[in-house]
Ligand binder design. Sequence first.
Ligand SMILES: NC(=O)c1ccc[n+]([C@@H]2O[C@H](COP(=O)([O-])OP(=O)(O)OC[C@H]3O[C@@H](n4cnc5c(N)ncnc54)[C@H](O)[C@@H]3O)[C@@H](O)[C@H]2O)c1
Length: 312
Amino acid sequence: MRVLVTGGAGFIGSHVAALAEESGYEVAVLDDFSTGSRANLRPGARVYDVDLRDREATTSAVRDFAPDLVSHQAAQVSVARSRREPLLDAQVNVVGGLHLLEACGAAGVRVERLVFASTAAIYGDLLEGERAHEGSRVEPLSPYGVTKLAFEQLLAFWEKQRGLTSRVLRYSNVYGPRQAPRGESGVVAEFFAAARGGRALTVFGRRRAGDGGCERDYVYVGDVARANLLALRGELPHAVTNVATGRATSTRALAERIAALVGTGAPVRDAPPRAGDAERSLLDPSRVESVLGALTPLEAGLLETARWYREH
Ligand SMILES: NC(=O)c1ccc[n+]([C@@H]2O[C@H](COP(=O)([O-])OP(=O)(O)OC[C@H]3O[C@@H](n4cnc5c(N)ncnc54)[C@H](O)[C@@H]3O)[C@@H](O)[C@H]2O)c1
């Protein structure tokens, strides 16, 4: 069976592509390399260097490969950038996504199932003691969250009206090998880069500098790839599934652990809150745990990640 992975040159998409290939699927990657890298591709990988905003190029790539299954990981992924350039978010995450959906219905193409990489950002801020389950209220705080939610809803429409089966995976904060530090997202990669360079690890406060920072639910990329494989195979019973551990970690606890793991003596520094950061994001992992079992504990995932950074 053939699997098309959009965003397959990116952090998460490259893990999905590799696992699909190891599981016996024929894999092709569609990516415009805007944030992805050729170094993330497997040797000899089949690649369509295509921007999803280009409707014709998207259709012709999908027609050419004629996938049975589609894993849609490509996106404008930066929350901060989505606030500055909401139009870009809409163009890539909504219009680009629609080009992909239309291509899946093009003559000669028969896609059995599409899996979409959605996000905890659609839930917005959570109250103390609360964990978002798939039926919780949605209250995205950024154009990024809004466009991801819009595409989830378009998928539901496509399934009802056009017969394309889909599965939505809402990831919490994903970390692990190949994540690139970007300055404004991917805090685990940021902290590893800072610690390795002997620079301070900056903890932005939750309400004020020095309060330990925001709380996040960190999930290891290997688990995210496994959830994607199950979803592609049609082994997830629900239309929407959180991919998360359900465990809260403060930014300060994360920074201190990474600084200790890297061991360069890089300091951890407090800073005032950063505009737009959700104070608390934590998901209910019951659905994903019922199919994957217990997910990788943060300590084990960080050890794997540290090993990867040492080797690369
Ligand atoms: N990393 C996280 O913590 C996290 C959390 C929740 C959801 N997600 C979602 O997971 C998916 C993968 O994110 P990631 O962290 O691997 O980011 P990433 O930036 O590493 O990967 C995104 C990939 O999409 C490609 N891409 C971007 N715009 C494109 C376009 N117009 N046409 C074709 N390709 C394009 C990029 O080149 C890149 O390879 C995204 O959909 C993101 O919204 C990520």
